[in-house]
Design a protein around this ligand. Structure first.
Ligand code: DLZ
Length: 170
């Protein structure tokens, strides 16, 4: 059957076209005084540390001061929601970037974590009226995660940073 074959090709193309890595923000509002918290999940830290590196460098390249980036670890992606809440409620934090990597295993743990984090981060963003960025990779394999953490599909940490700046400027 050809359907799955074409689906994979077009999905791949869509991912490449949507890759915001290495892009800068067009709207050059002064964001030098903005403070951004970055939360990093310790699970799959080889991946999440690369996501952090991408996010950090992209923020700095786009005008955020290094000393205005607050780096904090949480144990796993499930803990990103509470971590984001603690950061978002601080008056001097303008956006929270949440970085994690959940890899599909043999049990349904994956679904519960992914759904919980997506809902949790959305709830925090709306409650505190601040950008809370979902920089969580949800992949079938470690290789797929590597491909998106500085590999052939760029670095989703870069995208998370660009998204945070765009939302601050909104
Ligand atoms: C338990 C667990 C599992 C199985 N897999 C992942 C994962 O792939 N990525 C991730 O970020 N965290 C995982 N965790 C840990 C949970 O996020 C959480 O830290 C624990 O369930 C404790 O609340």
């Amino acid at each position: 059957m050809l359907y799955p074959f074409f689906y994979l090709i077009f999905t791949d193309m869509a991912i490449k076209e949507k890759n915001l890595s290495a892009k800068t923000v067009d709207n050059k509002a002064d964001i030098s005084s903005k403070r951004i918290a970055i939360l990093i999940s310790e699970w799959n830290e080889e991946i999440t540390d690369s996501l952090f590196e991408g996010a950090f460098n992209t923020l700095v390249q786009n005008g955020i001061q290094k000393q205005n980036i607050i780096k904090t670890y949480v144990p796993g992606s499930f803990e990103l929601s509470l971590g984001a809440q603690k950061m978002a409620q601080k008056e001097n934090v303008d956006a929270v970037i949440c970085l994690g990597c959940v890899i599909q295993g043999e049990t349904r743990h994956f679904e519960f974590i992914c759904q919980s984090v997506a809902q949790g981060l959305k709830d925090v963003a709306l409650k505190y009226d601040k950008p809370v960025i979902f920089g969580v990779l949800t992949t079938d394999s470690f290789q797929q995660a590597l491909d998106r953490a500085g590999g052939k599909y760029g670095n989703k940490g870069d995208e998370a940073a660009i998204t945070a700046i765009k939302m601050i400027n909104l």
